[in-house]
Design a protein around this ligand. Sequence first.
Ligand code: GTP
Ligand code: MG
Length: 259
Amino acid sequence: MTTEDVREDVRAAPTPLPATMPAGELLVVLPALNEQDSVARVVHEVRRAQPDATVLVVDDGSTDATAERAERAGALVMRLPFNLGVGGAMRAAYRFAHERGFSYVVQVDADGQHDASEIAGLLEVCRAGTADIVIGSRFAGRGDYAVRGPRRWAMRLLSVTLSGIVGTAVKDPTSGFRLVDRRAVALFAEHYPEEYLGDTVEALVIAHRAGLSITQVPVAMRPRETGTASTNPLRSAVYLTRVVVAVGLALIRRTPRGY
Ligand SMILES: Nc1nc2c(ncn2[C@@H]2O[C@H](COP(=O)(O)OP(=O)(O)OP(=O)(O)O)[C@@H](O)[C@H]2O)c(=O)[nH]1
Ligand SMILES: [Mg+2]
């Protein structure tokens, strides 16, 4: 099955989402894979922090009660027919946001590592027109989140490479805590990398080349409390190094225009 087939499948899949939901200003997206122990808490936390926002959980083929618990907590739930990975899930969410006319989309982890009260800070920066994409950075001065060993060096390499390409400091290019405006939503609805880590890193290269601006704000990050991490430190170091190559390849890709 090709990626195009998968996309067709996702489009054809019956959507449980209401067809005539009013467009809001902010869509909070939680990509989730087997997060039944944390997802409801995170949905509640987001709703408390951003009462006017719409919360969308993209359940990516979980085999546990993630979808049911998210729904019960008051989120809209998009159930993907099978696992597409965070990139595929976010692309589906951006497409949803674009079609429904949302002005801003913020991605938040469903495992509770991101602090929902920090969404306001990201939103403020974006609303002020400072940038089209605001990254919540774990290494820009706040919090004590630390990464060690090979993963740390791979992350440094990636940060330096990426900052050079996009012309602004991006200390935490793999952060999944990021808020984007309407221009980026339109771009990402069409052009969003699906491979592991490509979603976070390569997306920034695509955005930069399409003329969008990027900035970072410092955030604190909590350790994961429940569920299981999607990767281990060595594997993630290998992936991070691979991403540096992927970023190089993104530079020779055709630039999306008109966003
Ligand atoms: N839609 C979707 N979400 C996923 C997938 N894998 C992980 N996620 C979610 O993406 C978010 C981040 O994944 P994590 O495994 O926490 O990655 P991480 O935060 O870099 O790693 P830890 O620090 O170990 O938690 C969580 O909300 C996961 O549930 C997937 O295949 N599809
Ligand atoms: Mg996590």
